[in-house]
Write a protein that binds this ligand. Sequence first.
Ligand SMILES: *Cc1c(COP(=O)(O)O)cnc(C)c1O
Length: 226
Amino acid sequence: MSIQKNLLKLKKNVPEGCTLIAVCKTQPVDRIMEAYDCGQRVFGENKVQELIPKYEALPKDISWHAIGHLQTNKVKFIAPFVSLIHSVDSPKLLEEIHKQGLKVNRIISTLLQIHIAEEETKFGFSEEEIIELLSSHMWNNLRNIQVKGLMGMATLTENEDQIRREFRSLKIFFEKLKSRILPAQFQMQELSMGMSGDFKIALEEGSTMIRVGSAIFGQRNFPPEK
Ligand SMILES: *Cc1c(COP(=O)(O)O)cnc(C)c1O
């Protein structure tokens, strides 16, 4: 199937108010332009070294989302233009994003990544760590950060009940946070969950942003990095 057909089919499934992020990792610029020419403007990359040349080569009205694990020493390269960082998984990273945001005079939007999968290897905060983080004094200084919500990745499994359970637990935690008094940087609006294999379940469980790669661009040669 062509990129255009895939995008049209996907858009029918994505409810209004939900953002479809086209994950273009490993895709060359001309294939990304194909999606752009179909009207797609929000793209996601998980590696900074791929994100920079694509940002430079492609039209400037694209919103770029950093979706993969981010090393602190790479933040400075994306700080001038990134629209949303989905994968914030440590206080150290929050501090660095603030620092780089301050340098380029931007308030950088982020999501906090929550570990919801059973696999041990995945990045992200636990719910307990988030609760602890909320009462930290660090928020007094992080003026160049905005926290727009949460992100999570379900276990890579065929077991749909398990995937649903994991997404549901993230949605419940999201609502729980929304009902609390939060630091001023928090504007809990977005719940980023769902990829090519599980976005339908994620949408049913309340996702507001789905990150879809292979269902748009076709199979990659290797599985997504988690
Ligand atoms: C690769 C990737 C995706 C998209 O994966 P697909 O299965 O190709 O849709 C989504 N989120 C993250 C963090 C990724 O690295």
